[in-house]
Design a binder for this molecule. Structure first.
Ligand SMILES: C/C(=C\Cc1cc(O)c2ccccc2c1O)CCC[C@H](C)CCC[C@H](C)CCCC(C)C
Ligand SMILES: C[S@@+](CC[C@H](N)C(=O)[O-])C[C@H]1O[C@@H](n2cnc3c(N)ncnc32)[C@H](O)[C@@H]1O
Length: 233
């Protein structure tokens, strides 16, 4: 997949949706939950806020955020793929007290008003967008002045470094074979493919400032395997 075809990407996540959460827990030994909670430390969600979870997938972060903005707040989960959204909606139906709304749409063109959100998270979404720079520009447009946003994704350490060597080994020797066992090798091969074209942390900071953010700091997590882009509008 030389250039990213958004329809192919949403089809990919429709296909893996039934196995997505189970494989994330298995393949990260549950650590992805910790990385997501670390992302929320920057966001500082608080009661009454209106927050966005862009590329929300099966909704784990949206549900967590919704518990933090009660009473009086709202979390809108947006995703391009119907199958992950359906899983998110089913999860939310089991907690009807949570202030959640869902929208199937494009994170590059959400249709929401300027300054709609008091804060936003994009977890493992930016790397899957056809145009990450445009994704950051739409993210900035959606935030009110002074609002915080956080982008969690894989990090791209220096290709000769130990983290990069471990990341490649883990993706090729553990992740794809595990995915093959459930018939999803090609979908999980996209992880390394998408990582190869993903901007490094310093470049993400530059793209964020060019998108209009007042401050942007990329922080490696998990020994450099993951990265948090902490943004201030
Ligand atoms: C939550 C995680 C990944 C989400 C994710 C993002 C994508 O872009 C995908 C694209 C295609 C298929 C699947 C995904 C996808 O699941 C991160 C954790 C899950 C990862 C699959 C596991 C990666 C683990 C680290 C490279 C190494 C962790 C080592 C640690 C000692 C366990
Ligand atoms: C790896 S999943 C991340 C899901 C969730 N944020 C998490 O942390 O588990 C990436 C999600 O981004 C969605 N996505 C990819 N491109 C998108 C786009 N252009 N607009 C909205 N969602 C998109 C996919 O459908 C998928 O659900």
């Amino acid at each position: 997949m030389a250039t990213v075809d958004p329809r192919q990407i949403s089809d990919l996540f429709d296909t893996i949706a039934p196995r997505y959460d189970q494989l994330n827990d298995l393949l990260s030994l549950g650590l992805h939950r910790l990385w997501k909670r670390q992302a929320l430390l920057w966001l500082r969600p608080s009661p009454g806020q209106r927050l966005l979870d862009l590329c929300c997938g099966t909704g784990d972060l949206a549900l967590l955020l919704a518990s933090r903005v009660r009473p009086g707040g709202l979390v809108l989960g947006l995703d391009a793929a119907a199958a992950p959204l359906a899983i998110a909606q089913r999860r939310a139906e089991r907690q009807p007290w949570l202030p959640l709304q869902w929208q199937q749409g494009d994170a590059l063109a959400t249709g929401l008003a300027d300054g709609w959100a008091d804060g936003a998270v994009m977890a493992y979404g930016l790397r899957n967008l056809a145009d990450p720079a445009a994704g950051l520009a739409e993210l900035r447009r959606l935030l009110r002045a002074g609002a915080r946003a956080v982008v969690l994704d894989f990090n791209r350490p220096d290709s000769a470094s130990a983290p990069a060597t471990f990341q490649r080994f883990y993706l090729r020797r553990l992740v794809v074979p595990a995915a093959r066992a459930v018939g999803l090798p090609d979908q999980y091969a996209w992880l390394e493919e998408s990582l190869a074209r993903f901007p490094t942390g310093p470049v993400q900071e530059e793209l964020a400032c060019a998108a209009g953010f007042a401050a942007a700091r990329h922080r490696p997590l998990a020994g450099g395997l993951m990265g948090l882009l902490e943004l201030q509008a």
